[in-house]
Design a protein around this ligand. Structure first.
Ligand SMILES: [Zn+2]
Ligand SMILES: [Zn+2]
Length: 721
C-alpha cells in the first residue's frame, strides 16, 4: 500500500477553513478533488500544503474520492487562489463561501459534449430559402462550423439552422477538428482627432502600469478606446476581460464586439445556461477564450493568461453585490489586475467619487474625452420650477412638458419621460381610516402595479391581489392611490396623446433579455414616440431618434441623508440626460424640481461636473466619510425581536476598538423588518489606512452569536437601509 499524503481541501460551503483529507499521491495546490463531506459528494480545491487542521485524528481522515475530472486533473491557477484568499480576508467572508463563486459542481459532473461540426451539402435537393442562403454563404469561407457558430455568424435562430440539418442541407463532417482559431485583430478603427489624442494618453498610462480612467461625456466613444486597448493586448496573445454592469441590456455591445473580433469571445452572466457556462469556464482556463465579456462574477473565472481588465460604467451600483458574497466588483477588478500585473481600465461618463479622488491623488491616471462622437452637442438642460409651473389642461403634468412632447413628435423624434418609481403609485391608503397598505413581511409599503393588478413589495417581492379590504377597518372600495409611479404617467400620456405609440421601460414590463432587446430595437427603429422609463433606461445605449428628455421629480435624491445620495442623483440625472441627442443635432432635457437652485442641479445645468466632484469631495472630507475614511456596516437580524435587541445592546456595550475607530449603534435599521426578520444596524468608521477588518473581527468574536441571530458584514457599504 502506498503511503498516504495529507491534503488540506477547501470546500464550497459556508465555513472559513479547509478540511484534511488523504490521497495516495501528492497533489498540486489548486487541484480540483471530489471528496465525501457530511454524507454528500462535493468538489473542493487542494488549498495549501501547510494549512492542515490541528489535532486531527489520523484514523478518521478520509481519502479523497478522486482527483480526476474525466481523464484529466484540473488545477485552478494560483492567482485565482490568491484572489479568493484576498476577497475572503477583505470582505470578512468565510473562505468556503467565496470559493462558491469560482465554480459550480455541475462543471465537473458530466464531460463536455464533443462539438458536432457541419458543412454545406451541395447534393441536397431541399429548397433553400433566402435566410438559409445566408448560412450557405458562410461555408464559402469556413470548412466546417458547429451549430452555435452558424447561429452567431449568420444571426439566424436555432429553428432555421435545425431545419437545415433535418432536411440534409447541412451535413455532419465526421473527422473535422477545428484549426487553431486566430482572433481577428486587423479592423481599422476610424478615430476622431480627439479620440486619437486620448488613445495615446491611455496607452502611455497603461505602459506606466497604472489604473486608467477613461472619463468621457455620454456619447463620446469611450468604448472604441478600450476596444482598441483590448485589441493590442489580444495581439500580445493575452486574455482580456470586459466587465459590463447590465449584461442583458448590452447585447448590442456584444454584437459590436463579435463583429469586431469575430471569434474566441466568451460571455459570462447569470442568464446563461449551465452548459454554456461550463464551456466558457473551461475555455477560459484552457485559453480557448481570449476575450471574455461578463457581469461582475466573471472576475472569479480561472483565467489562464489575463492581460487587461476593463470595467465599463465603473460608477454603476450593480457592481456592488449585496447578497451572498458581499463585494464590490469594481474595486476587486482593480485588485485582481494588480495581483496579475495586468492592465486595468475604468470607463465612465460620471465616475464614482472614489475613483475621482484616486485620480486627484494621482493613484489613477485619467484620459478625457470632451466631445461627442457624431459632432452633436450635449443636450440643453433646464429646470421647470414645480412651485409655480403652469399645469396642462386637466392634467397633473406641466403644460411645458405636454407642449414639448407634441413638438418633438411633430419633428418625428422621440421623447423620454423619466421617473425612478416602478408601478402605479408608491403609496396606497384607506380613505376611511388612513391606514396604509403595507407588506406583511417587511417594514415597507406595497406598491400597486396595474399591469398585474397586484400590490408588490419592492424589497421582498411579496405580491397580493389589489381588490383588497382595509386590514384595519375592513371597508372595501375605498383605497386611495397617492403619489406618482411610471404606470400613472403612462396612463396620463395615453389620455393626452392617444395616437402616440409608447413603451414602459422598467424591469416589471421587460423581465427577460429577449423582451429588453426587442424593446430596444423598437426604440432604435423609431417605432415608438414616447418612452416612460425608470433608471433601467439610463443604461440603454442606442437611441438615435431621442431628442427630448423630461425628468419627473428630480428631488428624489436631493434631501436624503445617505452619504451617497447626491452622487447617485448626479450620476443618474447625467446618464438619463445623456441618452438624448446622441446622433441628432438639437436636443433638450427639462428637469422638474421644487429646488431649482440646488447646487447639484446647477452643476448639471451648467455642465460643471468638476465643480460637482470638488464640492462633494470637500463635503466627504469635512464629514470624514469615504473616500477619506473607511466604513463597515453590520446588519444583525433575527425573527426574534427581543433576542435581537438584547444581543445588539450587549454587543454595543463591548467597545474594544482603538482610538481611531468609532462604533455607532445599535440602531433600528431604516427597514426595520425584512422578510420577517427584524433588523438592527451598527456602523464602524475608521481612518483611511487602519486595519478595520482586524478590529471588527475581534469585536464580533468577543461575544458569542446565539443561533437564531444572523450577522451580515458589509465592508465599504453603498446602501444603509
Ligand atoms: Zn381603513
Ligand atoms: Zn416585503
Amino acid at each position: 500500500m502506498k503511503h498516504s499524503q495529507l491534503l488540506s481541501v477547501l470546500l464550497p460551503v459556508n465555513i472559513n477553513y479547509p478540511f484534511t483529507y488523504s490521497c495516495t499521491e501528492p497533489l498540486e495546490v489548486g487541484t480540483i478533488v471530489k471528496v465525501s463531506f457530511r454524507n454528500r459528494e462535493v468538489y473542493g480545491v487542494v488549498w495549501s500544503h501547510d494549512d492542515l487542521e490541528k489535532n486531527f485524528d489520523q484514523d478518521r481522515i478520509k481519502a479523497i474520492i478522486t482527483n480526476k475530472i474525466g481523464d484529466d486533473s484540473i488545477v485552478l491557477p494560483e492567482d485565482l487562489i490568491n484572489f479568493l484568499n484576498w476577497v475572503s480576508g477583505y470582505y470578512m467572508m468565510p473562505l468556503g463561501l467565496v470559493l462558491k463563486a469560482a465554480f459550480k459542481k455541475q462543471f465537473f459532473e458530466k464531460r463536455i459534449k464533443k462539438k458536432i461540426y457541419y458543412n454545406y451539402n451541395p447534393t441536397s435537393h431541399s429548397k433553400i430559402t433566402k435566410k438559409q442562403e445566408m448560412v450557405v454563404e458562410l461555408f464559402r469561407e469556413h470548412m466546417a462550423l458547429d451549430k452555435n457558430k452558424i447561429m452567431s455568424l449568420s444571426g439566424l435562430s436555432s429553428n432555421v439552422v435545425m431545419r437545415m440539418i433535418k432536411n440534409n442541407t447541412l451535413k455532419v463532417t465526421e473527422s473535422y477538428e477545428p484549426p487553431e482559431d486566430k482572433i481577428y485583430l486587423e479592423t481599422k478603427i476610424d478615430f476622431t482627432p480627439e479620440q486619437n489624442h486620448t488613445m495615446e494618453e491611455v496607452l502611455a498610462s497603461l505602459k506606466e502600469q497604472k489604473v486608467t480612467l477613461i472619463d468621457g461625456i455620454t456619447g463620446s466613444g469611450k468604448t472604441e478606446l478600450y476596444l482598441e486597448a483590448a485589441r493590442r493586448v489580444l495581439k500580445q496573445d493575452k486574455q482580456v476581460l470586459i466587465m459590463l454592469p447590465e449584461i442583458t441590456l448590452t447585447q448590442q455591445f456584444i454584437k459590436i464586439f463579435r463583429s469586431r473580433f469575430k471569434n474566441q469571445i466568451g460571455e459570462w452572466h447569470s442568464g446563461m445556461s449551465e452548459g454554456n457556462r461550463k464551456q466558457v469556464w473551461f475555455d477560459t482556463l484552457n485559453k480557448k477564450n481570449r476575450l471574455i465579456v461578463g457581469a461582475r462574477s466573471s472576475l472569479f473565472l480561472p483565467f489562464a493568461d489575463l492581460g487587461l481588465i476593463v470595467v465599463d460604467e465603473e460608477h454603476d451600483q450593480s457592481y456592488k453585490q449585496d447578497e451572498g458574497i458581499i463585494y464590490n466588483a469594481r474595486d476587486m477588478a482593480v485588485l485582481r489586475a494588480k495581483q496579475l500585473k495586468a492592465s486595468c481600465i475604468l470607463s465612465s461618463a460620471t465616475p464614482s467619487v472614489e475613483t475621482f479622488e484616486n485620480v486627484i491623488s494621482k493613484k489613477f491616471n485619467r484620459a478625457i474625452l470632451n466631445k461627442r462622437f457624431y459632432g452633436t452637442k450635449l443636450p440643453a438642460i433646464s429646470c421647470i420650477d414645480m412651485r409655480d409651473a403652469e399645469k396642462g389642461m386637466n392634467s397633473f403634468l406641466p403644460k411645458e412638458i405636454i407642449e414639448d412632447i407634441q413638438k418633438t413628435k411633430e419633428k418625428n423624434e422621440q421623447s423620454l419621460l423619466f421617473l425612478n418609481r416602478r408601478g402605479y403609485s408608491p403609496l396606497s391608503l384607506c380613505g376611511n381610516c388612513g391606514v396604509r397598505v403595507d407588506c406583511p413581511d417587511c417594514d415597507a409599503w406595497l406598491v400597486l402595479h396595474k399591469n398585474t393588478s397586484r400590490y408588490k413589495c419592492h424589497y421582498c417581492g411579496h405580491t397580493q391581489k389589489s381588490d383588497l379590504k382595509c386590514k384595519n377597518c375592513h371597508s372595501s372600495d375605498n383605497i386611495i392611490q397617492t403619489g406618482l409611479g411610471i404606470e400613472k404617467i403612462d396612463e396620463e400620456l395615453g389620455r393626452l396623446f392617444p395616437k402616440m405609440s409608447k413603451i414602459i421601460f422598467s424591469s416589471d414590463y421587460l423581465p427577460s433579455a429577449a423582451s429588453l432587446s426587442s424593446a430596444l430595437r423598437r426604440i432604435e427603429e423609431n417605432r415608438v414616440d414616447l418612452i416612460i422609463g425608470t433608471q433601467l433606461i439610463s443604461k440603454g445605449h442606442n437611441f438615435p431618434n431621442l431628442t427630448y428628455v423630461g425628468i419627473m421629480d428630480a428631488d428624489f435624491g436631493l434631501e436624503l441623508t445617505d452619504i451617497r445620495a447626491s452622487e447617485r442623483t448626479f450620476q443618474i440625472l447625467n446618464q438619463v440626460s445623456g441618452r438624448a441627442g446622441r446622433v441628432k443635432r438639437d436636443s433638450s432635457v427639462k428637469i422638474m424640481t421644487h429646488m431649482p437652485d440646488h447646487q447639484l442641479l446647477q452643476s448639471l445645468i451648467n455642465n460643471q461636473r468638476e465643480e460637482f466632484y470638488n464640492t462633494e469631495l470637500k463635503m466627504r472630507y469635512t464629514s470624514r466619510m469615504p473616500p477619506f475614511a473607511r466604513l463597515v456596516a453590520i446588519i444583525i437580524s433575527s425573527k426574534n425581536r427581543k433576542l435581537l435587541q438584547d444581543y445588539s445592546q450587549k454587543l454595543g456595550k463591548i467597545n474594544n476598538f482603538p482610538k481611531d475607530i468609532e462604533l455607532y449603534g445599535p440602531i433600528e435599521a431604516p427597514i426595520s423588518r425584512l422578510r420577517k426578520h427584524h433588523r438592527q444596524r451598527f456602523l464602524i468608521r475608521g481612518s483611511k489606512n487602519c486595519n478595520i477588518q482586524l478590529y471588527v473581527k475581534r469585536w464580533l468574536d468577543s461575544y458569542k452569536v446565539p443561533p437564531q441571530i444572523r450577522i451580515t458584514i458589509d465592508v465599504d457599504p453603498q446602501y444603509f437601509l
